[in-house]
Design a protein around this ligand. Structure first.
Ligand SMILES: Nc1nc2c(ncn2[C@@H]2O[C@H](COP(=O)(O)OP(=O)(O)OP(=O)(O)O)[C@@H](O)[C@H]2O)c(=O)[nH]1
Length: 880
C-alpha cells in the first residue's frame, strides 16, 4: 500500500534554526575576538575580558542547548531576553575596546537575525528596534558617519524582520505538518478499526487505497489485492445493476451511488455489501473514486428473517378464524386481518388503516339497529380507553353482535394493551372470535338444564332459581307471591293401563292445558313426575280461582289413539309469608296443602294453613314409623259387624285396621291409611289385612260350618288395585287360606274407583272372576258417572255415614239415600248403610229398603274373639 510521505518529511521550526544559529553566532564571535587578540596582539581591558568570558559562557550555553536541552528552559522567552541583553552587552563592550577594528553592527545584525526566530513577534520587533538603536549609539560613540552606519541600521531591521518572517513561516509549516500527521494517524486508526471498507480506486477501478476491513470482509489480503487487483465476483442477480452504477459513477463528475449487492468471499460464500460511491476524480489530492462498503450480510439475514416472519405473521393473521386488529393511541386501525376486513366490508388492510371505530359503525349502521352508530362506537371506544388507561387487558368478554345484521351472532373479545420499548401503552390489540356455535350449544345446554324435556316447561331447578328471585322481588315490593302445587291423581294407573308413552302424551297435553289456563305472567314448572308448580303474584283468593281453572282444564277428557282418559289433579296452595326463610319452605307448604287435598279425597284444592304444617310434620314422622309398623307387629285388626236390617242377624264384618304405635299410641286407620297411601305402604299393609281377613274367615268357616255366608269386608285402596301384582297376590291368599271366595268382600271408595273408571272396571272384573264380592264404599261422596257405575262389577253399594247421620234431620240426605236405593235396585245391588247410631236410623233405612247396617248402635269394632262369639252364638241385634 502506498504510504504518504508526510511521515518522512521533517519541517524545521524557528527554534531548531535558532539553536544552530545562536551556537554559530557565539562561536564565530568568540573566534573573531580570539583571532584579533592573536593576530593584532590586542589586549583586552578588564571589561573586555568580562565580555569575552560572557561570550564563552553564551557559547557553552548554546552548545548545551543545541545538543542536550532542546526544549528546556533555555528557550523560555525571559531567559532568551536575558541572553540577548548579555550578548548585546558583550558585543557593545568588545566593539568599544581600544584597537578593536571591528564594527559592532554585523554582530548586532546577527543577533537581530537570530533571536526573532524564537521570540514572539512583538517582542522581536522591540528587540530589533533596540538593537538598531544600540548599533546607532555605538556608531555615534565610535564616530562612524551616518552614511556608514545607516545601511547597517537598515540591514539590522531587514535581517531581524526576515528572521521574524522565517520563524513565523516555519512555525506555520510545522503546525500544518503536525496537523497533517495527526489527521493521517486518525484516518489510519479509523480505517484500521472500522468494519466499513474504504477503497479509493482510479478511473479504471484499480485500487489505490484500501483499509484492512476489505480483507476481513472478502477474504483477500492486502498483498493479493495490490498484486492482482480486486477480483470482485458479483452475484449474477445484482452484477449488471451494480456495474451500471459503477460506470455511472465514473462517468459522472461529483456523482454518488448507492448499491446493495453480493460479492463472493475468497472461500466462496456470498457477502452482502452496501456500497456508497463518490466520484472524486476532480479532486487532485484524491483523484479517484471513493467507496465506502459495509458488510450487511447479517442485517440482510435479519431483514430476510424479518420478512419471512412478517409473511408468516401475515399468514397466521389471515388464516386465523378470529377477527384480529390493532389500533393506535388515537383509536385508528393499524393492522387488521382478512376476517376482520371481510366482516366489516373492507377489501384490504390499507383500506381500513387509519379508520376509527366510528367510521366502521357508520358504515355498518342499519335502520333496524337497536343502538345508534354513535352509541355502539362509544361503547367500543370506552373499552379501548380502559385498556389503554389501565394498561390491563380486557379478557373474555362475551357479547352478542351489535348490529341488526349480526345480532344473532355471539362474539368473544379480548383486548390487550400494546406497549413500546419503554413500556408505554401505544395502542391496543383486539381479538374477536365468533362463538355463536358454542354459545348456541351452551344456551341449549342451559335451556335443557333448566327445562323439562318432555313438556318443555321450566323444570324444578329453574323453579327454585326463579322462586329465589321472585321471593326477593315480592319482599322488596311487598307484593304477594303464591304457589300452586298440582299433583295428578292416580296417574300411575294411566301409565300402568295404557303404557308410559301414553302417559307421556297425557303429561304433554296437561302441561299445555295448565299453561293456557293461566295468564302468561304466571310461571309454570314441571316439578317432578306428575307434579306441576305455578308461581303467581295473585292473592290467595285469585290463586283459588286459578286452581279451579286448572282443575277444570286438566279434567277434560283426553283422547289419544282413540283411548279416552280423564285425569284429575289435587292442588295445594300456599302464600309467601315472613315465616318462609328459604324458597324450599314455600314449596314445602304448598306440597303439604297438596297432600291435604289428596288425603281429603283428591281432585280438590286445599289452602295451606299453619295447622297443616304441624300436621304435615307429624305425617312425615308417622310415615317413617309406619314403614316399620308391619315388621314390628304394631298393626292389628278389628271386626265391625254388618247387621241385617230385616232381622238383626250378623251378615258379616268389616275388617278395620288398628295401629298401636309405641310413639303415637293407638291410631285410627282414618289417620294412618292416607299416609300409607301417599307413601305406598298401603300396598303391603292392605295385603296383610287381606291375609288376616282370609285366614280368620277360613278359620271360622272351618270351625262353624253353620255360619253360612257371613262375610268379611276388606278395604282396598286404588293404589293397591292398580298395583301390578295385586290380582295374583289376592288369588294366592284366597287359595292358601282356603276361604270361600264369595265370603270375602273388597271395599273400594267411590272417589278412587271413579278416578280412572275404565281401569277400575278392568281390574275389578278380574277380581270378580276370583269369586270375590265387591263393594263401592262411601257411596254418594264421589261423582259417579252412571254409565260407568253400571259397568262396574260390584255387588254392594255402601252408603256414606254422612248421609245416614243426616237422615233424621236433613231431607236432602234422606232423598239421596232414597235415590241410592233406587239405583241399587235398578242395578241389582245390595245396600249397606254406615254410621247407624240410632234406632231412628234403623227405622228410616228399613223404610227406604236398605239391606244392611253398620255402626255403633249395633257394635263397635270387635276383637276376633268377640266377633267369633257373635258368630257361634248366631247373635241377633235388636232393631228397635
Ligand atoms: N308417563 C310418564 N309417567 C311418569 C313420568 N314421571 C312420573 N310418572 C309416573 O307418574 C306416577 C306418579 O305416581 P304418584 O304420584 O306416586 O301416584 P299417583 O298414581 O299419581 O297417585 P296419587 O298421586 O297418590 O294420586 C308414577 O307412576 C310415575 O311412573 C313421566 O315422565 N311420564
Amino acid at each position: 500500500m502506498k504510504e504518504t510521505r508526510l511521515r518522512a518529511i521533517n519541517v524545521l521550526a524557528g527554534s531548531d534554526i535558532f539553536r544552530t544559529a545562536s551556537l554559530l553566532l557565539y562561536a564565530t564571535l568568540l573566534f573573531h575576538v580570539v583571532l584579533l587578540i592573536y593576530a593584532r596582539h590586542l589586549t583586552l581591558s578588564k571589561t573586555g575580558m568580562l565580555a569575552a568570558v560572557l561570550l564563552t559562557a553564551l557559547l557553552m550555553l548554546a552548545f548545551v542547548r543545541h545538543f542536550w536541552l532542546r526544549t528546556a528552559i533555555l528557550l523560555d522567552e525571559k531567559f532568551l531576553l536575558c541572553e540577548v541583553i548579555i550578548a548585546t552587552f558583550a558585543i557593545a563592550i568588545l566593539s568599544t575596546q581600544k584597537s578593536m577594528p571591528a564594527l559592532p553592527m554585523p554582530w548586532l545584525i546577527a543577533i537581530a537575525g537570530v533571536f526573532p526566530l524564537v521570540l514572539r513577534s512583538n517582542i522581536a520587533m522591540v528587540l530589533i528596534a533596540a538593537l538598531a538603536l544600540i548599533g546607532h549609539r555605538i556608531n555615534v560613540h565610535l564616530g562612524v558617519t551616518v552614511g556608514d552606519w545607516l545601511p547597517e541600521l537598515f540591514a539590522t531591521i531587514c535581517i531581524g524582520w526576515l528572521a521574524l518572517l522565517l520563524a513565523k513561516t516555519l512555525n506555520i509549516n510545522r503546525m500544518a505538518l503536525s496537523q497533517a500527521r495527526t489527521n493521517e494517524r486518525r484516518f489510519n486508526a479509523i480505517a484500521r478499526v472500522t468494519r466499513h471498507i474504504f477503497i479509493i480506486t482510479d478511473a479504471d477501478y484499480q485500487i489505490k487505497f484500501a483499509n484492512p476491513a476489505l480483507q476481513e470482509v472478502i477474504g483477500y489480503d492486502q498483498e493479493e489485492i495490490i498484486r492482482d487487483g480486486l477480483r470482485a465476483v458479483l452475484h449474477p442477480d445484482e452484477a449488471e445493476e451494480h456495474k451500471k452504477k459503477l460506470r455511472y459513477l465514473r462517468d459522472t463528475p461529483h456523482s454518488t451511488i448507492f448499491s446493495r449487492h453480493r460479492t463472493q468471499h475468497k472461500d466462496g460464500h456470498w457477502v452482502w455489501l452496501e456500497t456508497r460511491g463518490y466520484n472524486m476524480l476532480h479532486d487532485s489530492a484524491i483523484n479517484g473514486l471513493v467507496f465506502s462498503l459495509e458488510d450487511i450480510t447479517l442485517r440482510k439475514d435479519v431483514e430476510l428473517k424479518l420478512q419471512e416472519e412478517t409473511s408468516l405473521l401475515r399468514a397466521v393473521l389471515d388464516l386465523n378464524p378470529s377477527m384480529i386488529y390493532a389500533k393506535d393511541r388515537d383509536g385508528r386501525f393499524t393492522i387488521s386481518n382478512q376476517v376482520f376486513q371481510k366482516h366489516f366490508g373492507y377489501s384490504s388492510e390499507d383500506e381500513l388503516r387509519g379508520k376509527t371505530v366510528y367510521d366502521i359503525c357508520l358504515k355498518m349502521a342499519n335502520a333496524n339497529d337497536e343502538f345508534s352508530p354513535q352509541e355502539i362506537a362509544d361503547e367500543i371506544q370506552q373499552q379501548d380507553l380502559q385498556v389503554m388507561q389501565t394498561g390491563m387487558p380486557l379478557q373474555d368478554m362475551e357479547m352478542p353482535g351489535f348490529w341488526h345484521s349480526d345480532m344473532h351472532l355471539w362474539f368473544h373479545t379480548s383486548k390487550y394493551p400494546l406497549r413500546d420499548a419503554k413500556g408505554e401503552t401505544i395502542g391496543i390489540l383486539g381479538v374477536t372470535r365468533d362463538i355463536t356455535q358454542r354459545k348456541t350449544t351452551e344456551m341449549q345446554i342451559e335451556y335443557q338444564a333448566m327445562h323439562d324435556m318432555l313438556t318443555d316447561l321450566p323444570n324444578r331447578r329453574y323453579l327454585v332459581k326463579t322462586l329465589g328471585t321472585a321471593i326477593e322481588v315480592s319482599r322488596q315490593r311487598q307484593s304477594s307471591l303464591t304457589m300452586l302445587f298440582c299433583d295428578l291423581d292416580f296417574f300411575k294407573s294411566v301409565n300402568d293401563t295404557h303404557g308410559h308413552d301414553f302417559g307421556d302424551k297425557c303429561l304433554i297435553e296437561i302441561s299445555k292445558r295448565v299453561v293456557s289456563a293461566l295468564p302468561a305472567t304466571d310461571f309454570v314448572a314441571r316439578f317432578g313426575g306428575n307434579e306441576f308448580v305455578i308461581l303467581t303474584n295473585s292473592s290467595l283468593a285469585e290463586a283459588s280461582v286459578k286452581a279451579n281453572a286448572i282443575m277444570q282444564a286438566v279434567s277434560k277428557q283426553l283422547i289419544f289413539e282413540s283411548i279416552a282418559v280423564k285425569i284429575q289433579t289435587s292442588i295445594g296452595i300456599a302464600q309467601l309469608s315472613p315465616d318462609h326463610q328459604v324458597p324450599a319452605d314455600l314449596i314445602r307448604d304448598a306440597d303439604a296443602a297438596m297432600y291435604q287435598a289428596k288425603e281429603r279425597g283428591r281432585n280438590r284444592i286445599e289452602i295451606y294453613d299453619a295447622a297443616l304444617q304441624s300436621k304435615s310434620d307429624k305425617h312425615a314422622r308417622m310415615d317413617v314409623a309406619l314403614r316399620f309398623a308391619l315388621e314390628r307387629n304394631e298393626l292389628s285388626v278389628a271386626y265391625q259387624p254388618k247387621v241385617s236390617l230385616a232381622d238383626g242377624s250378623v251378615k258379616g264384618f268389616e275388617l278395620l285396621l288398628r295401629w298401636n304405635s309405641p310413639e303415637y299410641g293407638m291410631i285410627s286407620p282414618n289417620e294412618f291409611i292416607p299416609i300409607a297411601e301417599t307413601s305406598g305402604m298401603v300396598v303391603p299393609i292392605g295385603m296383610w289385612a287381606m291375609e288376616q281377613a282370609c285366614q280368620q274367615l277360613a278359620t271360622w268357616q272351618a270351625s262353624y260350618p253353620a255360619m253360612g255366608d257371613i262375610t268379611v269386608a276388606v278395604n282396598v285402596s286404588m293404589r293397591q288395585l292398580l298395583h301390578t301384582s295385586f290380582f295374583t297376590q289376592v288369588r294366592d291368599i284366597l287359595n292358601n287360606s282356603g276361604v270361600i271366595p264369595h265370603t270375602i268382600e273388597l271395599e273400594l271408595t267411590e272417589t278412587s274407583a271413579m278416578a280412572n273408571p275404565l281401569q277400575t272396571i278392568e281390574n275389578l272384573s278380574l277380581l270378580k272372576k276370583l269369586g270375590l264380592r265387591l263393594a263401592l264404599d262411601d257411596f254418594g261422596t264421589g261423582y259417579s258417572s252412571l254409565a260407568y257405575l253400571q259397568k262396574l262389577p260390584i255387588d254392594i253399594l255402601k252408603i256414606d255415614k254422612a248421609f245416614v247421620h243426616g237422615l233424621d234431620t236433613r231431607q236432602s240426605d234422606r232423598e239421596i239415600i232414597r235415590l241410592v236405593m233406587a239405583l241399587a235396585q235398578t242395578l241389582n245391588l245390595q245396600t249397606i248403610a254406615e254410621g247407624v247410631e240410632t234406632t231412628g236410623h234403623i227405622h228410616e233405612l228399613k223404610k227406604l229398603g236398605c239391606n244392611l247396617g253398620q255402626g255403633f248402635l249395633f257394635s263397635p269394632p270387635l276383637s276376633a274373639e268377640e266377633a267369633e262369639t257373635l258368630i257361634c252364638s248366631s247373635h241377633q241385634f235388636p232393631l228397635v
